[in-house]
Design a protein around this ligand. Structure first.
Ligand SMILES: Cc1cc2nc3c(=O)[nH]c(=O)nc-3n(C[C@H](O)[C@H](O)[C@H](O)COP(=O)(O)OP(=O)(O)OC[C@H]3O[C@@H](n4cnc5c(N)ncnc54)[C@H](O)[C@@H]3O)c2cc1C
Length: 455
């Protein structure tokens, strides 16, 4: 029976980050993966979708080129070439990651693993024993009861394999994944309708961001209904037919089901090994220990934000925790979030409503309009950066909307995580003309010395 300091089940963002950091710390590591190293993010999530969004941006730029004095004609989308470009990006990163894992002396095991005792993972009859075991089996696309995936009804997994652009699409779910696909398909020329049961699109975001996002989608002629629940869907040769609970019916070529992701934990032996679970999620404390000593869990199988960089962070955290480095706990509220779409949304920390719930009237808010930002004018985008501050205290939340604004999340998360005061950021110089300058301007204004903004 091979013995390791750490046996990691699942080679996605959480699992492989843990493996790389643990090997850096001198631990012997086995990383067990049944599919492809890199997991959802690299092969079916973050990377391929962002490649599609970039192709979508090129399509929009071509259509709008006249506005900038450039003569170009948009002739259409060659989906095969788009997919080749996307697969090229994924393939290069995949190769790089495989090389990295190899170079770090991680024992990479291909195959489906099962937890057969708290410290043993069995793969095809071979037992891998770890002083510590890290569960990192990730998530799958959920559907709704009675809504079977197949044919014209698909999740993001199948949507990413399409070799054509549908004419009409219905997207069930107005969260991050739903709006991302809606944005791509609209730019590629499809007629898109989003159905969201909650009262607003991107419902996890600050309300003012949701409102601005809906305005932008209306302007792009992306249709959506909010506050109405899906009832049923049927499909035949002519298309997919959706009925909502208010009796409205919609027809399209495809229905994308983007109603959230569930944990991949069923039948893997976790419960039998005594690991405490809740509706399939693996329960962990804030240091990512399960209730079983020496067994940890990271990434999408733990309740909370389902984001690749949360997985990376948690993987690194567990490696350092096992290595005795006492890493700092990062709460979900402090993890940066980006909704990739046109426009983009970036946020970190508390929304205004959450801050008011926590601090009552002791909250100040400032919105810097991108109308005053030179680079945003050049890019012909609108939007704003909203700061939420604990009155006379640090900035506790930053919320942004606009084309490409997700790139500003880096500084936003530093500000919130370093508990910076508006005066601290106002004293720093932001290069001109960048969209990043808007971050500086917002803080100048909140510190009482606005430059390119009205007080
Ligand atoms: C369409 C889409 C777009 C996304 N875009 C973004 C984005 O832009 N930014 C972002 O931060 N996040 C994004 N995400 C989310 C991100 O992909 C996940 O949060 C991240 O992949 C979670 O990492 P993980 O390691 O927990 O799980 P996963 O990446 O799912 O990895 C788990 C791995 O475990 C393996 N596994 C499971 N069971 C076993 C077993 N029994 N034996 C062996 N191996 C097993 C699986 O094959 C898989 O490779 C997106 C997700 C989707 C679906």
């Amino acid at each position: 029976m091979p013995d390791f300091d750490i046996v990691i089940l699942g080679g996605g963002s959480g699992g492989y980050a843990c493996a790389l950091r643990a090997s850096q710390l001198g631990q012997s590591v086995a990383l067990i993966e049944k599919g492809r190293l890199g997991g959802t993010c690299l092969h079916r999530g973050c990377i391929p979708t962002k490649a599609l969004l970039h192709a979508a941006e090129v399509a929009d730029a071509t259509r709008e080129s006249e506005d900038f004095g450039v003569r170009a004609v948009f002739e259409g989308i060659d989906m095969k070439k788009v997919n080749d470009y996307r697969d090229g990006v994924v393939g290069r990163l995949y190769k790089g990651l495989q090389g990295l894992v190899k170079s770090r002396n991680v024992t990479y095991v291909e195959g489906e693993g099962r937890l057969t005792s708290p410290h043993t993972v069995t793969v095809d009859g071979t037992e891998y024993h770890g002083k510590n075991v890290v569960l990192a089996t990730g998530s799958y696309a959920r559907t709704l009861p009675g809504l079977e995936i197949g044919g014209r009804i698909m999740t993001s997994d199948q949507a990413l394999t399409l070799d054509y652009v549908p004419e009409r699409v219905i997207v069930l779910g107005g969260g991050v994944i739903g709006v991302e696909f809606a944005s791509v398909w609209k730019s590629f020329g499809a007629d898109v309708t989003i159905i969201e049961a909650l009262p607003r699109l991107v419902p996890a975001e600050d309300e003012s961001i949701s409102k601005a996002f809906e305005r932008a989608y209306r302007k792009r002629k992306i249709n959506f209904t909010t506050g109405v629940r899906f009832q049923s869907a049927t499909q035949d040769d002519s298309g997919v037919h959706v009925t909502l609970e208010n009796g409205e019916t919609l027809d399209a070529d495809l229905l994308l089901v983007a109603v959230g992701r569930g944990p991949v934990t069923s039948g893997l032996g976790f419960e039998e090994a005594g690991v405490a679970m809740d509706r399939g999620w693996v329960l962990v404390d804030d240091r990512l220990h399960t209730n079983v000593p020496g067994v940890f869990a990271v990434g999408d199988i733990t309740p909370g934000l389902q984001l690749a960089h949360r997985g990376f962070q948690q993987g690194i955290f567990v490696a350092e925790e096992i290595g005795g480095l006492h890493p700092r706990v990062i709460s979900d509220a402090d993890i940066p979030r980006v909704t990739y779409s046109e426009p983009e949304v970036g946020s970190v920390g508390l929304t205004e409503a959450q801050a008011r719930e926590q601090y009552g009237d002791d909250v100040s808010v400032y919105e810097y309009n991108l109308g005053g930002n030179g680079k945003s004018q050049i890019l012909a985008t609108s939007g704003f950066i909203k700061l939420v501050q604990r009155k006379d205290g640090p900035v506790v939340g930053i919320h942004m909307i606009g084309s490409r604004i997700g790139e500003q999340i880096g500084e936003a998360q530093l500000i919130v995580n370093w508990e910076a005061y508006p005066e601290d950021v106002a004293a720093l110089v932001h290069a001109h003309p960048t969209q990043n300058e808007a971050m500086g301007e917002a803080h100048l204004a909140l510190a009482g010395k606005p430059l390119h903004a009205h007080a």
